[in-house]
Design a protein around this ligand. Structure first.
Ligand SMILES: Cc1cc2nc3c(=O)[nH]c(=O)nc-3n(C[C@H](O)[C@H](O)[C@H](O)COP(=O)(O)OP(=O)(O)OC[C@H]3O[C@@H](n4cnc5c(N)ncnc54)[C@H](O)[C@@H]3O)c2cc1C
Length: 560
């Protein structure tokens, strides 16, 4: 039987990053995926970065990951967003050539020891609640650790109007036996959904009727390491808008939309709504922006960002034709919604191993997130932690105050999700300290301690450190008051989090706590304030009440 240290299931953004991390840790790794030609495939829009997300890409990059590099090998338009705001919330967004991105990911993995296996995983090799390998349709493989990164594929169903097909995304099969197996293992699971727009031939669009949006000059890079010699050819995006007529067509057909007919039970991302959602929820608006984004350098295809839909084909065609510049569109693929299983991430430990099954790690969309960047970040962390565990090293955990990746994982495992989770800068309470530009300063040396960053990269960073200090001092002067305050808060929170809660505490006696919170705390019996604050629904206000209660008890016992 073939044996590996780690088996990664899935070759999306989480899987690629996980396998790459394991190989950098010096361990043997197999990546098993349903279609090896699609490793690194961008299932939806061909872009990396953007608000809150470029921070994650730079953090992955600072820890030696591949996403930033692949972006620079395929980037066809770079733009920094939020330029009128402070450095901490500025974000680089890169339009990529979809095929070149995938090619770059595959090339990077090809240069490692990762063994790529094309097959479908249907079950686990189990002994006493310990996962010890996987069973595919054709073979059994043994491994010390398994990282599941199945994305939108678990029992995936695609919807266009009343047409329902099984599939993880267009052109791909759904992963049904594995979904059944996870349910039978009693993992807490649910359904989520997301959607994508139609694709249109560039040559059928009248760009003269649209506003051109060129890229930034000089063109920046996503990765902070030495860049490739030259950027790819840079292209413009274009902007058009929906109008009253578009909205009338959508309203007229709304009952035919899979999302509105009640066919789809899963919850979708609120911040990334379908055009049906936008028209229904914002009835006072009679126009919504659409970005016409090129799919690639020599490709006669665009991605119309902003009109994802699950309306029937005829209705999609009708509303697209009503939009300025799109009147003569040739649609090559219609929009659809996809519904899939996810696993409640509160079942994960901070190293992303499940509490249910030893040696099984989960990363990416399977944990209820959405987005390539969020998936890649979890893949990296699962890859590092699975490797650390094999090497008997301690868990590699990032604090909320040192990385967006820390915020992401902490949010997932402590609060779970109520809709597909996307990163925003507003999720990070210490965001002034977390710029996309200081990711290396925050993380490269920490990652270097566990040997996952190339020596040349670390040397390059150390020699450029002086330049950075100049920049950071400038930023610090501007925001010094706030930064100092945040550092004080972090130190206070750290101290507070370590405060022990006596086992005999009676939450019922604490005035002001809701019955729900009292029940949860009594059931969970957290040992520290930090652990209490991680429980879903236990708000900072509730923590304050507990702290006041503990203080009073201490004073009483001192008087006695
Ligand atoms: C229609 C659609 C619309 C989307 N819209 C958005 C959006 O608007 N905004 C956004 O941020 N994100 C969107 N996404 C999500 C985005 O594609 C994902 O966030 C991202 O790809 C997740 O990466 P991942 O690595 O977790 O999974 P994926 O990229 O989905 O990769 C999953 C991998 O697992 C493999 N796999 C699955 N099951 C098995 C098995 N049993 N055996 C072997 N291999 C298996 C697959 O072959 C694939 O390689 C959309 C996705 C789809 C499909």
């Amino acid at each position: 039987m073939d044996k590996f240290d780690v088996i990664v299931v899935g070759g999306g953004h989480a899987g690629a990053e996980a396998a790459f991390a394991v190989s950098r840790s010096g361990l043997s790794c197999a990546l098993i995926t349903m279609d090896q030609t699609k490793i690194g495939q961008m299932s939806c829009n061909p872009a990396i970065g953007g608000l809150g997300k470029s921070h994650i890409v730079r953090e992955i990059d600072a820890m030696g990951g591949l996403m930033g590099r692949a972006t620079d090998l395929s980037g066809i338009q770079y733009r920094t967003l939020n330029t009128r705001k402070g450095d901490a919330v500025q974000a680089l967004r890169v339009q990529c050539d979809r095929d070149l991105y995938k090619k770059a990911v595959q090339k990077i993995l090809k240069e490692t020891n990762v063994k790529i296996i094309q097959d479908e995983v249907v079950d686990f090799l189990l002994t006493n609640k310990k996962a010890q390998g996987v069973i595919t349709k054709s073979k059994t493989y043994k491994s010390k650790k398994i990282i599941l990164t199945t994305g939108t594929f678990l029992n995936g169903k695609m919807y266009t109007g009343n047409i329902i097909k099984t599939g993880g995304r267009i052109g791909d099969e759904s992963s049904i036996p594995l979904s059944k197996r996870l349910y039978s293992l009693n993992l807490p699971m649910g359904r989520l959904k997301t959607g994508t727009p139609a694709r249109i031939k560039l040559s059928s669009i009248n760009l003269l009727d649209m506003e051109e949006q060129p890229g930034e000059k000089p063109t920046p890079w996503m990765s902070l390491a030495s860049p490739p010699k030259k950027h790819q050819k840079q292209l413009s995006c274009y902007i058009t808008r929906t109008n009253k007529k578009t909205h009338e067509i959508i309203n007229k057909n709304i009952h035919l939309s899979a999302m509105y007919s009640g066919e789809i039970k899963g919850i979708g991302p609120r911040y990334c709504p379908s055009i049906e959602d936008k028209v229904r929820k914002f009835q006072d608006k009679n126009s919504h922006q659409i970005f016409i984004e090129p799919e690639g350098i020599n490709k006669d295809l665009v991605y119309p960002n902003g009109i994802s839909t699950s309306l029937p084909k005829k209705a999609q065609q009708e509303f697209i034709f009503s939009i300025k510049g799109l009147e003569r569109s040739i649609i090559t693929e219609y929009g659809y919604a996809v519904e899939y299983d996810f696993v409640d991430p509160r079942t994960l430990k901070q190293n992303l191993e499940t509490k249910y099954l030893e040696n099984l790690y989960l990363a990416g969309q399977i944990n209820g997130t959405t987005g390539y960047e969020e998936a890649a970040a979890q893949g990296l962390m699962a890859g590092i932690n699975a490797s650390n565990s094999i090497k008997k090293l301690k868990d590699f955990v990032l604090e909320r105050s040192e990385a967006y990746i820390g915020v992401l994982i902490n949010d997932l495992i402590s609060h779970g999700i109520t809709e597909p989770y996307r990163m925003f800068t507003s999720r990070a309470e210490h965001r002034l300290l977390l710029s996309q530009n200081n990711a290396e300063q925050r993380l490269i040396l920490k990652a270097n301690e566990i040997g996952i960053v190339k020596k040349e990269r670390v040397d390059e960073y150390l020699s450029g450190e002086k330049e950075y200090t100049k920049f950071y001092t400038n930023t610090e002067i501007k925001y010094s008051g706030y930064i100092k305050k945040q550092i004080r808060e972090i130190n206070k929170t750290k101290k507070q989090n370590n405060k022990q809660i006596p086992l005999n505490i009676k939450y019922g006696e604490i005035h002001g706590l809701s019955n729900e919170v009292k029940e949860k705390l009594t059931k969970t019996q957290p040992q520290t304030i930090g652990a209490a604050s991680q429980i879903e629904g236990v708000t900072p206000a509730a923590i304050n009440l507990i702290l006041i209660h503990l203080k009073k008890k201490e004073l009483v016992s001192q008087n006695v």
